[in-house]
Design a protein around this ligand. Structure first.
Ligand code: SF4
Length: 380
C-alpha cells in the first residue's frame, strides 16, 4: 500500500504529537490541564530535566565529538530544580547514562548518521498535522538497513512483543519513510540507557499506512472531547497536576468550548472570538489559557483579545507572573496592553509596567539610565 502521509510546510494552529496523544490516552484531565488550560504544573520532577539534558548531550557528543562536561554543567544550571541535591543526582545519573551510551555507540561505528533530533511534520489526507522529532536516524550500508533509535532515560519499559506495534515508533517510521521514499528495510529500536537494554523490531513498510487511521481516530477523540474526565492510575502519584486535580473542580461547559477553540481552532477569527468570550468566563482558571495565547499566538488579533480579556479577569498574581516572564521576552503591543489593563485593576503595581517599558526602551536604544533611576523610585 502506498504511503499516504505527506510532508507539510504550513503551520496550522492545531497539531498532534506523540506526547499529546500519550497524555490524552493516559488521562484526559491531565491533557486538559496541559494543552487546553495551559495551567502551570505543581512541580517539575528531576527526571524530566534528566531526559531533556541527556537528549541534548548525546546529540552534542555525536555531532561535535568534543568533551561534554562543560556543556552538561551549562545545561544543568538552565533548569530550576526543586531540591538542591537533585542537581547532583542528575549530574551523576547523566554521567552513568552517557557512559552506557558510549558502550552502545561503540558497536555502531559502521553506521552512517542520517539525522539527530530529526524533526518531522506529517499531514494526513484528512488534514491532521502531526509533529515530532526522532532522536537518531542511521543507515547500515552492509545490510541496506535504516534504523530509528529512540533513547529512554527512565526505568519503565515497553515489553519486547509490543515494540513492532508501538504507536510512537510506527509514527516515526511512517514519517521517515515519507521523507526517504527509497527505504527498503527499516528497524526501530528503544535504547534503555539505564542498563543498555536495546529492544527493537523490523517494521514492514506496507503496513505503515495503518498509522494514519490511528492518528485520525486519536484526533477524533481529542477534538470531540469536552468532559476531560480524570482517569486515575499508578501514575497519579507522579502527576504534575495532582494538587489541582485533588480540588476536583468541574470545568464549566461554556468555558470549555471557548478554551478548546482558543487552543485548537485554525481560524484566527474564531480564536479571537473565543478569547473575547473567555473574558466573561466565571472560571478564574481561564486566565492561564489567555496568558498562553497572549504570549504565543501568531495572530495579533487573538493576542489583542486575550489582552482585553485579561484586563477584565486577571489579578495581581497574574500581573506579577506576566511581569516576570515578559521582562525578558520581546514585548508585543498586546503584551503591553495587557500589563496596562491589569495594572489599572491593581493600581499599586503600575511601577512594574513602567519597568517593562523601560527595559524595552533599553533594548532598542542601549540607554540604561532610566532603569537605574527607577531603582531609586519609591513603590506606588
Ligand atoms: S492526578 Fe491522576 S487523575 Fe488527576 S490529572 Fe493527574 S493523572 Fe489525571
Amino acid at each position: 500500500m502506498k504511503a499516504i502521509l505527506k510532508t507539510h510546510n504550513a503551520r496550522p494552529h492545531y497539531y498532534l504529537s506523540h506526547e499529546r496523544v500519550f497524555n490524552f490516552e493516559r488521562c484526559p484531565r491531565r491533557y486538559y490541564y496541559s494543552y487546553v488550560l495551559f495551567a502551570p504544573p505543581d512541580f517539575t520532577p528531576y527526571y524530566l530535566y534528566l531526559g531533556k539534558i541527556i537528549h541534548k548531550i548525546l546529540a552534542y557528543i555525536e555531532c561535535t565529538g568534543e568533551p561534554f562536561k562543560p556543556f552538561l554543567l551549562d545545561l544543568l544550571f538552565q533548569f530550576e530544580f526543586q531540591e538542591e541535591d537533585e542537581i547532583k543526582k542528575v549530574y551523576d545519573l547523566s554521567l552513568s547514562l552517557i557512559s552506557n551510551w558510549r558502550r552502545w555507540r561503540s558497536e555502531r561505528d559502521e553506521e552512517e548518521i542520517k539525522g539527530l533530533e530529526r524533526p518531522f511534520q506529517i499531514l494526513t489526507n484528512n488534514g491532521t498535522l502531526f509533529k515530532g522529532r526522532i532522536d537518531r536516524v542511521s543507515y547500515q550500508p552492509e545490510n541496506q538497513l535504516w534504523v530509528i533509535s529512540d533513547y529512554k532515560t527512565g526505568s519503565s519499559k515497553i515489553p519486547r512483543k509490543d515494540i513492532a506495534n508501538n504507536l510512537q515508533l510506527n509514527l516515526y517510521a511512517f514519517a521517515l519513510s515519507n521523507q526517504e521514499p527509497n527505504i527498503a528495510n527499516l528497524r526501530v529500536e528503544l535504547i534503555y540507557l539505564r542498563d543498555n537494554d536495546v529492544r527493537g523490531a523490523d517494521i514492514h513498510l506496507p503496513n505503515l499506512a495503518e498509522v494514519e487511521a490511528r492518528i485520525e481516530s486519536e484526533k477524533e477523540e481529542i477534538i470531540k472531547g469536552t468532559e476531560y474526565p480524570p482517569r486515575s492510575g499508578w501514575y497519579c502519584k507522579i502527576c504534575r497536576f495532582k494538587t489541582r486535580c485533588s480540588l476536583n473542580e468541574t470545568p464549566d461547559k461554556d468555558s470549555i468550548f471557548s478554551l478548546k477553540s482558543l487552543a485548537e481552532d485554525d481560524s484566527s477569527d474564531k480564536r479571537a472570538a473565543a478569547a473575547f468570550a473567555l473574558g466573561n468566563s466565571r472560571m478564574k482558571l481561564v486566565t492561564w489559557a489567555l496568558v498562553h495565547a497572549l504570549r504565543t499566538d501568531e495572530s495579533n488579533k487573538v493576542r489583542r483579545e486575550a489582552a482585553r480579556a485579561l484586563g477584565k479577569l486577571a489579578d495581581e498574581w497574574t500581573l506579577s507572573f506576566l511581569v516576570k516572564t515578559m521582562a525578558y521576552e520581546p514585548l508585543t503591543e498586546e503584551g503591553l496592553l495587557a500589563l496596562e489593563l491589569i495594572a489599572d485593576r491593581c493600581s499599586h503595581r503600575r511601577r512594574s509596567v513602567r519597568t517593562i517599558k523601560l527595559r524595552q526602551e533599553f533594548s532598542a536604544t542601549g540607554n540604561e539610565s532610566n532603569i537605574k533611576e527607577l531603582d531609586h523610585e519609591p513603590e506606588d
